[in-house]
Design a protein around this ligand. Structure first.
Ligand SMILES: *[C@@H]1O[C@H](CO)[C@@H](O)[C@H](O)[C@H]1NC(C)=O
Ligand SMILES: *[C@@H]1O[C@H](CO)[C@@H](O)[C@H](O)[C@H]1NC(C)=O
Length: 453
């Protein structure tokens, strides 16, 4: 469905008018019949065009019950034009007003105390409530990044100076949401062979610029863009930030890689652990714009082994209601922040004080594509958190969706004994973690005709 649909209907209508006029001229006596058929055709066209403008994808209605998207123009599919340059320009998101409803369970889960994040989040909720029904700015890529000043942070967090330097960096940038995109794949989910086309499963793999070898192992194995089970399409993107200052400049290599394989997305922010939430937000913005009709999204690390066949078999067996609000992985429940300042997952008391929501481990999880847009809109009202999978869990909780576990996800890996056993992997969806060599070996064995399980 392209933008010129209205003109298509207009010309159709005009043609019917002229035919009717002809009929009218020829059979003056059957004026009534002609007028009736003209009216009838008009009504039919109206109904048809309305249906086309509001494609009812599985689950769209479900998601709308929680996050109501009130746009000033009818929601429409991004126009796809064969002209690459043009399409990347027209794909800029249209500013729209949206109604965001955040669940009570999320509000209640965040204790009101003196920790910085808690205060910030409650202020955001208040802002959302006081703005009445219309709020939320779906303007990805347009809002400038406003860094929090050191003075503000030191005033609000008494022990800010004792935070680890990277943590201080994170806090200064925590209000930045829509980093500029450096490498895009505008056609990833658009027309193929002239037909409207959408992937069944979009693989979004968190990588970092220097991990060439891991990306290649993924491309050659489980992340290969292929068609499964009679036509279910899998498409792959790797999510990248930029190298840190002082690192070798890999820009030229990445540009080559992107051109050659067509699967890199890169945004202009420093790729680091605490910036993974920024990566998540950038991806949600990208995918709800470029790939809004993917049935499912898998998001995971570049050092996992994934079994697309088993996962697709499972996903396609789901009933439509379940499929429309899926958030599935290895569930982490009743977790609380790590208070050890040497841990990668360290969260200072004065930054966040409260439990974590139940969430799916970030090594790899899958969710429904119909949730992309609601999640993206809602994420603008959830303060950034330094641990990306906890943040994702918060967003889903705010949306009213709890993660569901499945034994196929083994983000903490399976028993040592089975790690090289191809048969033990047949029914699994994901194991963490594997070297590129192990990934290739396992893939080869799993697909060998000699394998008998
Ligand atoms: C949306 O963003 C624009 C520009 O950033 C701003 O001028 C406008 O007031 C915002 N609208 C709402 C409803 O927040
Ligand atoms: C995240 O990226 C921004 C933009 O490049 C950078 O200024 C900031 O230092 C990064 N934060 C961390 C914790 O690396």
């Amino acid at each position: 469905m392209s933008e010129d649909a209205p003109s298509l209907f207009a010309s159709l209508y005009a043609q019917i008018c002229s035919v009717s006029a002809m009929v009218l001229r020829r059979f003056r006596r059957s004026k009534v019949v002609a007028t009736a058929s003209l009216t009838c055709a008009f009504v039919l066209i109206c109904i048809f065009s309305l249906r086309m403008e509001h494609p009812s994808t599985v689950g769209a209605t479900k998601a709308r019950a929680v996050v109501e998207v009130v746009t000033d123009s009818a929601p429409k599919v991004i126009p796809v034009t064969p002209n690459k340059k043009k399409s990347s320009r027209t794909a800029k998101p249209q500013p729209s007003l949206s109604r965001v409803v955040i669940t009570e369970s999320f509000r209640k889960a965040i204790p009101q105390n003196s920790a910085f994040w808690n205060r910030k989040q409650h202020a955001l909720l208040k802002q959302l409530d006081s703005a009445g029904i219309l709020l939320g700015n779906d303007t990805a890529g347009q809002s400038p990044c406003s860094a929090l000043s050191l003075e503000l942070l030191k005033t609000n967090i008494q022990d800010f100076s004792s935070y680890p330097p990277l943590y201080q960096d994170f806090l200064q940038g925590m209000d930045c949401r829509d980093p500029p995109i450096l490498i895009d794949q505008p056609e990833k989910c658009s027309l193929r062979d002239g037909a409207r086309w959408q992937p069944f499963l979009l693989l979004a793999i968190k990588s970092i610029p220097r991990n060439f070898e891991r990306r290649q192992a993924v491309r050659d194995t489980w992340g290969r863009e292929a068609s499964y089970e009679g036509g279910l399409q899998v498409r792959t993107v790797f999510l990248l930030g930029t190298s840190s200052p002082g690192d070798p400049n890999l820009g030229e290599l990445l540009r080559f890689e992107a051109q050659h394989f067509g699967d890199l997305l890169q945004w202009d922010f420093r790729d680091s652990f605490y910036n993974l939430t920024l990566k998540e937000n950038a991806f949600l913005g990208w995918a709800s714009n470029r790939c809004p009709h993917a049935a499912f999204i898998f998001k995971g690390d570049d050092d996992v082994f994934m079994n697309p066949k088993a996962m697709i078999q499972y996903l396609r067996s789901l009933d439509p209601v379940k499929a429309s609000k899926l958030y599935m992985g290895q569930v982490v429940a009743q977790a609380t922040p790590f208070r050890d300042s040497k841990s990668k997952y360290y969260v200072p008391h004065t930054f966040y004080d409260g439990p974590y929501p139940t969430y799916a481990g970030g090594g790899g999880f899958v969710f429904s594509g119909s949730l992309l847009r609601p999640l993206h809109l809602l994420s603008h009202h959830i303060a950034s958190f330094p641990i990306d999978d906890v943040y994702t869990g918060m967003c889903f909780q705010a949306l009213g969706i709890a993660p569901e576990g499945h034994p196929g996800f083994q983000t903490f890996d399976i028993r040592e004994l089975d790690r090289e056993n191809a048969c033990a992997h047949k029914g699994l969806f994901l194991v963490h973690q594997r070297t590129p060599q192990q990934v290739i070996q396992l893939w080869k064995h799993m697909h060998s005709p000699l394998l008998t399980c």
